[in-house]
Design a binder for this molecule. Structure first.
Ligand SMILES: [Zn+2]
Ligand SMILES: [Zn+2]
Ligand SMILES: [Zn+2]
Ligand SMILES: [Zn+2]
Ligand SMILES: [Zn+2]
Ligand SMILES: [Zn+2]
Ligand SMILES: [Zn+2]
Ligand SMILES: [Zn+2]
Length: 536
């Protein structure tokens, strides 16, 4: 008998046809190998699955009466009843797995179904019971991790066979992944931090379909869990402070996204201007540059350099310049973005939209991100080619990632007043609704922008344009041209695009180099990848 682990790699056990690991036996001359556990299988067994007769170990080709598949290798045969059971398929009568449960589990065979106390789903015939804890579980559920880290939640979660006392008040609990009820009498993963109240179904934690969005990792013990430290992680320096009410705020800062000038704090709303971070109208306190057309929401200026988002990635880094396509909302954007080590980029609007929150439309809706959802969006009526939308946990209201971040107010040259996002057209007269910009029909079921003073109603697409989140003047490095280009939108005259020779009426790029008259449509010069250009 040989025991050369190195040479055993990539070979299979003759007994159970799975990969060999340490502790194997074999003969290189005959090219036959076994796991230690397979070599040590008893020749004769009495198994509760077939009590009438003893089962004899044989090696050949068999059709397993348990898993209904043909196997070659070791199996147990009852020659009287002509039944074969692959050795791996016969459930062991006792399973001891101290790492996952302190007591041993005993096999219980019953010709009927049961509800697993660990995962709250049905099982058939074969179950395991722990008589100390009075629980009945699937074989696979014995080895469920006790503690997991879930990307969606910032604390470790622990497995429970029934919800612990601090969840036992009169309320019912929803799973924070699928927003369906948690059965208090069965297993779940929950956060044990006080007041955290975060619970998920075991089936949602381990489902393969959820793996991409809600990645879980087993923790040996919850103390190994490290929270991401976001302090000392800011990208601005305070020059001067001031008092606003009871709070001290930074009155003047140097922000690394615009370090040539200092930025000054302002408390007024100026929805004519857009934030250079998130590209949304300035609707709350902000910083501005007194020399340049540069604005940042206070909240956007204070974003950490490294952070965790609810997305399935471990860490995101803040980038403050570049032109990119947001992975979630699909918009081409300039401004700040969060990027992972493997190149996934999201805009600030998407990055700061949580996994679940209350959205105030005409009525409030409690939304959560459902990666499987393919319904039509309640705002625009469109269905996304990619899966996933924000859906209401109580009704059939659905928003795709593009519409969930639509600005509540917007401006357009067509109307001198600020335009308000409206969720429903209750005006039954006239029978047909029109967009005052494109003069085409408007479906009254869907959202639109409205000016109360002029009673103008407009498609969101017509108000915002095709590229609402690219700021004019942003720089772009185009591979096909030696000089830096910047975004423009010509109003008075329309030079011809170098690519398609059509006039540049919509968003375009123009060369900054004196004497070089290169111009081209953005739609002609853009390339179809996540990140178009980063300056650093
Ligand atoms: Zn084996
Ligand atoms: Zn028999
Ligand atoms: Zn189970
Ligand atoms: Zn669930
Ligand atoms: Zn902003
Ligand atoms: Zn986005
Ligand atoms: Zn329109
Ligand atoms: Zn040029």
């Amino acid at each position: 008998m040989d025991n050369q682990n190195f040479l055993l790699k990539y070979r299979e056990c003759f007994g159970c046809s799975t990969e060999l690991v340490n502790d194997s036996y074999g003969c290189f001359d005959c090219n036959i190998f076994f796991h230690k556990k397979c070599v040590e299988l008893p020749i004769k067994i009495s198994h509760p699955y077939h009590r009438k007769h003893q089962l004899i170990l044989e090696s050949d080709f068999c059709f397993c009466n348990l898993c209904q598949v043909s196997h070659s290798g070791l199996f147990y045969r009852c020659s009287i009843c002509n039944l074969d059971f692959h050795s791996e398929c016969l459930p062991p009568s006792v399973i001891k797995d101290k790492k996952h449960h302190e007591h041993p589990f005993t096999l219980l065979l019953r010709p009927n179904s049961f509800t697993c106390d660990a995962c709250d789903t049905q099982g058939d015939n074969v179950s395991y019971i722990c008589s100390t804890c009075n629980i009945q579980v699937h074989k696979d559920c014995i080895s469920l991790p006790r503690f997991i880290r879930l990307t969606l939640h910032r604390h470790p979660l622990s497995r429970n066979f029934f919800l612990s006392i601090h969840f036992h008040d009169s309320r019912t609990w929803d799973c924070r992944i699928c927003y369906k009820k948690i059965n208090m009498e069965h297993g779940s993963y929950c956060c044990s931090r006080p007041n955290c109240e975060f619970v998920i179904h075991v089936k949602c934690a381990i489902s393969r379909e959820n793996k991409f969005w809600y990645d879980t990792t087993e923790l040996e013990n919850p103390d190994e869990f490290k929270e991401l430290d976001e302090s000392g992680n800011l990208i601005f320096r305070v020059l001067r402070e001031t008092k606003v009410g009871d709070n001290v705020v930074a009155a003047e800062i140097i922000h690394s996204s615009h370090d040539q000038h200092s930025l000054t704090f302002n408390d007024e709303i100026n929805d004519n201007k857009h934030c250079n971070g998130c590209m949304m109208p300035i609707s709350s306190s902000f910083y501005y540059c007194s020399c340049c057309d540069f604005f940042l929401h206070k909240a956007c200026a204070e974003l950490p350099r490294r952070t965790l988002l609810w997305f399935p990635q471990s860490s995101f880094r803040l980038l403050t310049d570049g032109i990119f396509k947001c992975w979630l909302c699909d918009y081409d954007c300039s401004g700040f973005s969060y990027k992972t080590a493997n190149g996934l980029v999201v805009c600030l609007r998407c990055a700061t939209t949580p996994h679940n929150f209350t959205y105030q439309a005409k009525e409030p809706h409690y939304l959560f991100y459902d990666a499987e959802n393919v319904s039509n969006c309640s705002a625009c009526g469109r269905r996304r080619d990619r899966k996933g939308s924000y859906i209401c946990k109580d009704c059939n209201f659905v928003l795709n990632s593009g519409c969930v971040t639509l600005p509540k107010t917007a401006r357009h040259n067509f109307d001198e007043h600020p335009l308000k996002l409206v969720y429903e057209d209750n005006n039954d007269y006239p029978l047909h609704h029109w967009c005052d910009i494109c003069e085409k029909e408007r479906d009254s079921k869907f959202w639109f922008y409205h000016c109360k003073v002029c009673d103008n109603a407009m498609h969101p697409k017509c108000v915002l344009g095709e590229y609402p989140f690219i700021k004019l003047g942003s720089k772009y490095k185009y591979k096909g041209h030696p000089h830096p280009l910047s975004f423009i939108q010509k109003i008075d005259y329309h030079p011809l695009c170098e690519k398609c020779r059509e006039p540049c009426q919509d968003l375009s790029l123009e060369c900054e180099e004196h004497g070089c008259n290169f111009v081209g449509h953005w739609k002609c010069l853009r390339v179809f990848s996540g990140v178009y250009s980063y300056h650093h």
